[in-house]
Design a protein around this ligand. Structure first.
Ligand code: NAP
Length: 537
């Protein structure tokens, strides 16, 4: 399935900035925009979130299955645009669809998938898409809820992105799929126990931990990772203890990737705006009494090479208006900066350097500062930094430091781990030993495979590559197949299943609606268990 731009297209490009994977071209900053007949959606990059559909003022965007007969050629027209070599550089996720394989007559393929986040969900989708393949997929998720970072990472005010869950739901509800919630692979069941019972064990467990800066003071009270803060405001059951102290006037976010912008925006957004979202209730309560008046986002490098993406910068500007300001020093533009980098820089240059006269929190984008220590006795009092490239140290007084310097995957029991890259070593998704030899039947996809980069939809292509390796191995008879024939479901009689999740999902949505919110998240395992166990009462 993909979304398709059709005849109504008025070229106003409202759809372009809201697309989370930039799959609509040409954009207003691309040369062809001035002369193009219409805009086009790349079907291989589209994540079916529907954000573009909502933004289009003329209802020109429709899902392909919904098109009138007369509009069907638009499916091809949108796709052909990206087959033109001149436009291939536009595609964020370049991909050539492998020819469909016909599987009739093959033995039933049994796959265990670890984790129910986007990476795993895309893998399920690709396995189910095989023609004639008799497949049984069992998904093991340690939480009581699916969707990983889509639920616990994507910012609460990015509602459109969360619509990707609808496509994931369609896959997970398939009769060939069973989901076991509250089952932790590595604790409740081992890799070996799974590999004895399935042809393949595929891990899509993401990157649950965070990178460290290794500077003095990093562990002072109220110096925390973005991973912790995001888990707290997104209602992750393990994030409840990470409540920040919001009683100081200035918070500093270290790093300026998209996660840093998410964090800054949430700390600076009016609580009445956040109240409409699915942000955790405990975070709303804390943010309502926040005394933070400045969130300073500290990047090491110059403006044209800032880690955040242009759409996210535009989104931040939209959210904060004049409350988004910048520091004076943007660094010299690099002579070999791309057109896109210079476009980003220009947007930054246009930001005001003077703060508006307001009591509301202001976000400052600060560039070319390298942190050297977090200063304080037991709790954060300042961040010491030096100008990147050298210069005098400066102490920026603050009461909260959030390091948004990247996620990090954790080693998986029973599998090798590349500590330097923080990924499971692999060859196109096949797990390998450090020496490169393949461990038969073990696969990885998503961030644990390639590191914590890319947008949500990037995982689609990544999962497709892993599933393709798995199917090649299955087709070539390289997978041993189940050695033990008992049904693993018997091991977890009290685990929750996908219907239980749907019950929890509707409970969250209906209680949310009752209070004017998109969803009221349940955040403790005990609450989730009690709602799910109501199935038996
Ligand atoms: P990121 O994009 O890799 O950014 C990490 C930031 O930390 C960079 O600014 C980096 O600086 C800085 N950094 C790293 N080590 C540092 C150190 N020791 N001291 C100071 N600064 C340091 O990572 P992220 O923001 O966690 O995002 C992860 C991925 O998720 C990205 O692909 C991102 O686009 C994606 N994401 C997307 C969205 C969205 O589309 N809405 C939202 C959130 C996340 P340098 O650049 O100088 O290395």
């Amino acid at each position: 399935m993909t979304f398709v731009i059709t005849q109504n297209c008025c070229n106003d490009a409202s759809c372009v900035p809201v697309c989370p994977v930039n799959c609509i071209h040409p954009t207003p900053d691309e040369p062809e925009y001035a002369t193009t007949e219409m805009l086009y959606i790349d079907p291989d990059a589209c994540i079916e979130c529907g954000a573009c559909l909502d933004a289009c003022p003329v209802s020109a965007i429709e899902p392909d299955y919904d098109l009138d007969e007369s509009s069907l050629p638009f499916i091809e027209l949108n796709a052909v645009y990206y087959r033109d070599p001149a436009h291939q550089e536009y595609a964020q996720v370049p991909f050539t669809q492998p020819p469909a394989r016909f599987w009739a007559g093959a033995e039933k393929l049994r796959v265990a998938i670890v984790g129910a986040g986007p990476a795993s969900s895309y893998a399920v989708e690709h396995l189910l898409a095989q023609r004639g393949l008799d497949v049984q997929i069992d998904v093991f998720e340690k939480l009581m809820t699916p969707w990983g970072l889509l639920r616990h990472g994507v910012a609460p005010d990015h509602e459109a992105t969360k619509q990707a869950a609808e496509a994931f739901t369609r896959s997970m509800r398939h009769r060939a799929v069973r989901v076991f919630f509250d089952v932790e692979v590595g604790t409740d069941v081992t890799f070996t126990e799974l590999s004895d019972r399935y042809h393949a064990v595929l891990y899509g467990v993401g990157a649950a931990s965070d990178r460290r800066m290794s500077i003095p003071g990093e562990d002072l009270a109220n110096s925390m990772s973005a991973t912790e803060l995001v888990a707290w405001y997104n209602g992750h059951p393990d994030g409840l203890d990470h409540e920040p102290d919001l009683s100081s006037e200035r918070a500093i976010v270290i790093g300026n990737g998209n996660v840093a912008l998410d964090v800054a925006r949430i700390l600076a957004t009016d609580v009445d705006e956040l109240r409409k979202t699915d942000i955790a209730e405990h975070s709303l309560t804390a943010l309502a009494t926040s005394r933070i008046r400045e969130v300073r986002v500290l990047g090491r490098r110059g403006a044209d090479v800032a880690a955040f993406t242009t759409p996210e910068l535009i989104g931040l500007r939209e959210a904060l208006g004049p409350r988004l300001v910048r520091s004076e020093d943007l660094g010299e533009p690099s002579p070999d900066s791309s057109v896109m980098a210079m476009f980003k820089r220009e947007l930054i240059e246009k930001l005001p350097t003077r703060r508006p006269d307001t009591d509301e929190p202001v976000v400052v984008l600060d560039f070319r500062r390298t942190p050297v220590s977090v200063v304080g006795d037991s709790t954060v009092a300042a961040l010491r930094c030096v100008p990147t490239g050298g210069g005098e140290a400066l102490d920026l007084a603050c009461g909260l430091v959030v390091r948004a310097v990247g996620y990090r995957s954790e080693p998986i029991a029973g599998l090798p781990f590349d500590l330097e890259r923080a990924v499971v070593p692999n060859d196109e998704g096949r797990v390998t030993d450090i020496d490169g030899s393949v461990i038969a039947g073990a696969y990885v996809t998503g961030w644990v495979k390639r590191g914590p980069t890319g947008a949500l939809g990037t995982n689609r292509r990544c999962a497709r590559a892993t599933v393709s390796s798995l199917l090649d191995d299955f087709g070539a008879g390289r997978l041993a197949g189940p050695q033990v024939t008992d049904d693993i479901a018997e091991r977890f009689p009290s685990s929750a299943n996908f219907d239980d999740w749907r019950r929890l999902d509707s409970h969250e949505k209906s209680t949310g609606r009752a209070s004017g919110r998109t969803r009221l998240k349940t955040v403790t395992r005990s609450e989730q268990h009690s709602i799910v166990s109501a199935r038996d009462s």
